[in-house]
Design a protein around this ligand. Structure first.
Ligand code: ADP
Ligand code: NA
Length: 321
């Protein structure tokens, strides 16, 4: 994830962290906070450094175990930037220009506010993946095109210079719950939303989150029933409830049948508080002990560095550098 806010939001937790937590015991997993990606748009240096540490602390607090996974800050491993340069020399200009995420973002920012780094972002992402001889990349639909580019680059490099990279497979994550803004339940909850009235922050005081749940937009029907089309607000709350408790939506509907939204929201507020109280406490504890957090990140970066450096040395050799 990019370190683009002081706190992650519960969509990041449900849509990403919970899945990653599952993967870490069966895979040799690498998770990073991608600060090099973040600087493709302007960042305040001190804020960037702070957001990076906070994001890492929240990964750990949410259950990404530095002993089961390699959890590091992208810029701590220099090989990312170096491999990205080499890969950029075998990437077609037209090929990079076809990336839909770039087309979307650059048309929003305008040509003069679009950096070359934003254009080559997918090449850096390819380096992120290929450095670790990665077999599988769990991604959402929106990142599939970037993983396809990564595969093309790996195959191209291998055929030009000899077998060097594992060609990774994208694994489109099992339909993960998509969480919507509590005040605007047809748009995705996001840490970069313009207003945070409908955003549940992982690091917020639980009482504040409970209040936001109580104020969530619903409808006039008064029945707790999942209907994404006609009842987006209630459906979103049901999705959050189910994701955090591991219960089926139908069972939650049954529990609240004949009861009003007030009761339902109170129930959900309790679920949210119970889930995030310990996560928040752990994150704050890590942030209160910067030396310990830095030690964990340095140790993990060293582990990542050893693997990445072996790949990069091989690449330099083969290219003639
Ligand atoms: P944000 O919009 O909060 O900045 P990102 O686009 O950086 O989030 O996504 C980081 C991770 O969190 C991705 O794996 C993404 O799929 C997941 N994610 C982000 N928002 C949501 C959401 N509202 N519901 C489910 N998953 C989400
Ligand atoms: Na593991």
């Amino acid at each position: 994830m990019q370190p683009s806010a002081d706190s992650l939001q519960i969509g990041n937790y449900i849509g990403a962290l919970l899945q990653w937590r599952e993967l870490q015991s069966s895979y040799d997993a690498y998770f990073s906070v991608v600060d090099l990606h973040a600087i493709t748009v302007a960042q305040d240096p001190a804020e960037l450094r702070e957001k990076t540490r906070r994001t890492a602390a929240q990964y750990i607090a949410a259950g990404i175990e530095p002993s089961l996974s390699t959890l590091y800050v992208q810029s701590h491993v220099r090989a990312h930037a170096e491999l990205a340069w080499i890969l950029s020399t075998i990437t077609g200009f037209g090929e990079a220009g076809r990336m839909t995420q770039f087309k979307d973002k650059s048309s929003r920012y305008g040509a003069d506010s679009t950096s070359v780094g934003l254009f080559t972002y997918p090449v850096l992402m390819a380096a992120d993946i290929l450095l670790y001889q990665t077999d599988v990349v769990p991604v959402g639909d929106d990142q599939k095109q970037h993983v396809e580019l990564t595969r093309d680059l790996a195959e191209r490099f291998n055929s030009r210079f000899g077998e060097t990279f594992t060609v990774p497979m994208p694994v489109i994550q099992k339909e993960t719950a998509r969480i919507y803004d509590l005040q605007n339940p047809t748009s995705k909850m996001s840490k970069s939303a313009e207003s945070d009235a409908g955003v549940l922050w992982m690091l917020d005081d639980p009482a504040k989150s409970a209040k936001k749940v109580m104020r969530a937009v619903t409808d006039n029907e008064g029945s707790v029933r999942f209907d994404r089309e006609n009842k987006p607000g209630v459906s979103n709350l049901l999705t959050i409830y189910a994701a955090l408790t591991g219960r089926q939506v139908a069972a939650i509907e049954d529990e609240y049948a004949g009861r009003g939204y007030g009761d339902f929201k109170k129930g959900l507020a309790e679920v949210v508080v119970n889930e995030f109280e310990p996560v928040r406490a752990r994150a704050l504890e890590l942030l209160d002990d910067p030396a310990e957090l830095d030690r964990i990140l340095a140790e993990n970066a060293a582990r990542a560095d050893a693997v990445a450096d072996a790949t990069l040395s091989d690449v330099y050799d083969r290219v003639g550098l």
